[in-house]
Design a protein around this ligand. Structure first.
Ligand code: BYC
Length: 469
């Protein structure tokens, strides 16, 4: 397949002027399309979907909207504009000019972090592969596919860096990004959460709220990087990421809204009665929240991490919004870390994962507050809460310890006995799955979710976001 990339891939990296890179990407492109065909959204590949496509990096008009078939989506390569004379903003190289090429001695560390970032993008598409079959509306189906194609574009973003800056190793890593698969027993995705199945839409909304938000914070950290092409790529990726979290926040909000409507209709908040009406009770929503929040907490790595310290020292990865801190060296400062043996004081550089995680938790709280406002306005006292960051952890200090959602250490037998009250059980999952039936009449919604307040790009909610015929 011979492709003229300067026409076929929208890009602002002057691809047409770099024949070698262009050829390398030409070689990878059919592999990507094969992966998309085999691992991307099942069905719907020949339907016209109303999608947003990045066509530049201008804040005013970076995207165009229109109906396209997903395999024809123009996965482009975009770096945010270069900031003239940008300096490294943290670590041992603080104040030095940023690097346009990867420093030789940092090559393997940069590669590892770019590969880890890149790996999550196709992983999420794989996790969501079958959701289209049970979409609650055409509006939601379109949002799913929007998220999917943009995660595909984020994969392109990382593959561009690998091809452009890491030679043969980078090209091999780019192939591996298509070879690992979410949940694959022999060749899984790198990070835990990206191997969890997303087989229902409540999980999809929780994932886009909580896990895409990890993406936001990791991208913000990488947007500070001393390696300028990585920083610029991540800055632009953040622009697209915002919509994914919007899908999550409004999605969960609409599930809650529907539960509240049913509670008011039937005059009870009894979960069994709510379920009998085909809505999802708040207790079940809390359990899904507990699962996806805690799984996403693990994505920040261990609270005390020498990897994080090295990344910070070397100018590879800063803190999200590095500007909000006064001290960008962090050689003398310390940080208090909560451990099962009490508070431990560690060098600030070793605590960078925790600093980022704490900023993430604060950001997660914003949506939860909004959801609780809805519940309160409907006249109920129930509140949804983020569980303690000690609860249900698989990485770090609190890994595999019997801790309840309030953060209290309990006995293993108490923990085992109560876990079914805190995390979705097989029967909860079976119930949620039982509600998942495809609704595709424009404007119609499945019975477990309220309609959105508005449509996409000024179109009404009943617009034909996906043409199924
Ligand atoms: N699962 O010192 P440690 C997104 C590994 S989401 C499995 O604790 P470190 C998106 C770790 O790799 C954002 N393994 O942590 C969202 C290391 O392995 P090696 C993705 C884990 O290294 C939705 C070892 O444990 N981007 O974009 O400081 C849809 C010890 O590591 C996990 C990034 O993550 C885990 N949860 O930091 C689509 C940014 N956690 O090297 C997309 C790039 C840790 O000893 N990644 N490990 O074999 C990083 O910056 C870092 O690798 C991490 C961990 C933050 C993940």
């Amino acid at each position: 397949m011979s492709i003229n990339y300067s026409e076929k891939i929208p890009n602002n990296v002057n691809l047409a002027n770099d024949r070698k890179l262009q050829r390398a990407l030409e070689h990878w492109q059919p592999h990507f399309l094969k992966w998309w065909d085999e691992q991307g959204p099942s069905d719907f590949q020949s339907n016209d979907v109303y999608l947003r496509t990045a066509v530049g990096v201008d804040a005013q008009g970076w995207a165009s909207y229109g109906h396209v078939k997903m395999p024809d989506y123009r996965w482009g390569i975009f770096l945010a504009d270069q900031i003239p004379d940008r300096k490294i903003g943290f670590g041992d190289h603080y104040g030095e000019p940023v690097w346009q090429q990867v420093p030789g001695e940092l090559r393997s560390q940069f590669r590892r972090i770019i590969v880890t970032q890149g790996d999550t993008e196709p992983a999420s598409v794989e996790q969501q592969r079958l959701l289209g079959l049970t979409c609650p509306s055409l509006y939601d189906l379109r949002n799913l596919f929007q998220v999917n194609v943009e995660e595909g574009r984020h994969l392109w973003a990382m593959v561009y860096l690998l091809h452009c800056h890491f030679g043969r190793d980078g090209r091999e890593e780019a192939e591996e990004l298509l070879a690992r698969h979410s949940g694959d027993h022999d060749n899984p995705r790198i990070l835990g959460t990206f191997n969890e199945p997303i087989s229902d839409w409540l999980s999809f909304f929780m994932f886009t709220y909580f896990t895409d938000r990890d993406g936001k914070f990791q991208l913000k950290s990488l947007a500070e990087s001393g390696f300028d092409p990585l920083a610029r790529t991540c800055r632009f990726m953040l622009t697209e990421e915002a919509h994914h979290m919007f899908v999550g926040e409004t999605g969960v909000g609409r599930v809650i809204k529907r539960a509240l409507e049913v509670m008011q209709e039937i005059g009870t908040d009894d979960p069994t009665a709510i379920r009998a009406q085909g809505a999802i009770d708040l207790e079940t929503i809390q359990k899904y929240l507990n699962f996806w929040f805690t799984s996403s907490l693990d994505l920040f790595g261990s609270e005390i991490s020498s990897n994080a310290a090295t990344s910070f020292a070397n100018g590879i990865k800063g803190r999200p919004d590095e500007d909000r801190f006064d001290d960008h060296l962090c050689t003398e400062s310390t940080y208090e870390i909560d451990t099962p043996d009490g508070t431990e004081t560690v060098n600030m550089r070793n605590a960078m994962n925790e600093v980022t995680r704490e900023a993430y938790v604060k950001d997660c709280e914003i949506g939860v507050k909004r959801w609780n406002m809805m519940i309160k306005r409907a006249g109920y006292d129930r509140v949804l809460t983020l569980p303690s960051t000690r609860f249900h952890r698989s990485i770090g200090n609190w890994m595999n310890l019997p801790v309840d959602p309030t953060g209290k250490v309990i006995t293993q037998s108490e923990y085992d006995r109560q876990l079914n009250d805190w995390l979705p059980t097989e029967s909860d999952k079976a119930f949620v799955t039982s509600l998942m039936h495809r609704v595709t009449e424009p404007g119609k919604m499945a019975g477990w979710i309220a309609p959105p307040d508005r449509g996409i790009n000024n179109h009404p909610v009943d617009y034909e976001y996906v043409r199924l015929n």
